[in-house]
Write a protein that binds this ligand. Sequence first.
Ligand SMILES: CC(=O)N[C@H]1[C@@H](OP(=O)(O)OP(=O)(O)OC[C@H]2O[C@@H](n3ccc(=O)[nH]c3=O)[C@H](O)[C@@H]2O)O[C@H](CO)[C@@H](O)[C@@H]1O
Ligand SMILES: C=C(OP(=O)(O)O)C(=O)O
Length: 429
Amino acid sequence: MDRIRITGGQRLDGVIPISGAKNAALPLMIASLLTDETLTLANVPRLSDVSALSRILSNHGVDRSIAGKRVGQTSETGQTFALTARQIVDTCAPYELVSTMRASFWVIAPILARMGEAKVSLPGGCAIGTRPVDLLLMALERLGAKIDIENGYALARAPKGLKGGDIVFPKVTVGGTHTALMAAVLADGVTTIENAAREPEVVDLADCLNKMGAKIEGAGTSTITIRGVGRLSGTHHAVLPDRIETGTYAMAVAMTGGDVLLEGARADLLQSALDVMSEAGVEVSTSNEGVRIRRNGAALEPVDVTTDPFPGFPTDLQAQLMALMTRANGTSRIRETIFENRFMHVQELARLGAKIRLDGDAAYVDGVEKLTGAPVMATDLRASVSLVIGGLVAEGDTMINRVYHLDRGFEALEAKLGRCGAQIERISG
Ligand SMILES: CC(=O)N[C@H]1[C@@H](OP(=O)(O)OP(=O)(O)OC[C@H]2O[C@@H](n3ccc(=O)[nH]c3=O)[C@H](O)[C@@H]2O)O[C@H](CO)[C@@H](O)[C@@H]1O
Ligand SMILES: C=C(OP(=O)(O)O)C(=O)O
């Protein structure tokens, strides 16, 4: 199993190109199941989650060809996929494939919409919480599907096709909104989604579906209206920049001090997180090229932050902010309201010398003078990268185990940080 060794204490200076967003690329790839024409996606990040989803889509009959550049000096990240689901050859997504990644459950919507039935393994829990799918299934039922749960599988049937309907989500769900969109675009009649997720990745999916011929209005607001169409066509779409990768590197730069341009980043996708960083005393500026982050010796001020659905502070940046606040000049409070078990990084940050107390959904972080390197191990993607941020300033060596978590969501992490001066290396085997 690969490990990453970081020798802390280097400033970060230079340019970090921002990749396409994992959390947009995955639903966009799944949308290829909705048409028998080719969906071409540019700026798809090279990530293990993308490879895992490619295998799942291939099992359903999606043909994939790749054209793209290798990670280079500047903005040459990502790859271009041409995805063609001429026919859906299998309407079942088996446990062995779905259990490797949660987002794969979303295939239930396009397969049901196109074939009138789908059988998909329930995704199960994971390190950050229970991850239920009841609201996704409720959305499909509102469009006329009959749902049965049997032997760990969700069976969805709509032999006469889906019908437009009114979906009211009792809480904001990103996965539920993706699922509802992909089911409703081919349904007969009009669908409304109330309390829809407003995340940029939902907007990216809706934009792409509209280019394929769908009629979706209101994506990015809490009410989305979809007029069903008879069929969708292929199109070309570029995945939007990854706001979580952007926020992660912004916090890494803030942690080490330095001056880095996050090339291609869009500030509007993570304004709440950038506002928190400004409040903490970090210089944030934006231009056509991206977002520039600077901290030159100024102390980090503590913050009081609660995670929330977009446009609130993202749960996917909570662990990274916590790592940053371990060096603040006082006590920060960070509340996690999306997932019940997303504090697994606390005990590992403590191994680097962080002082963090947990009380219910809140973490109280007392800033410390210094962190010291240690062997650490993370249980999920964002928790792992919070340890990278800690390791960048810890005295001595930090060895991060279970690097496969990082490979799920950060394209060329060592190369991007290494080019800006970090002492970071992957140890294979
Ligand atoms: C609103 C939110 O911040 N969603 C995050 C969530 O999306 P993801 O799509 O994984 O999760 P949801 O947005 O669906 O979940 C939001 C909340 O709704 C609950 N829920 C969800 C579906 C369901 O059927 N029943 C149910 O109760 C979840 O337990 C959670 O508390 O994790 C992703 C990966 O970390 C993040 O990128 C998303 O930003
Ligand atoms: C937890 C994440 O991914 P997933 O929802 O696929 O587990 C994430 O993107 O932070």
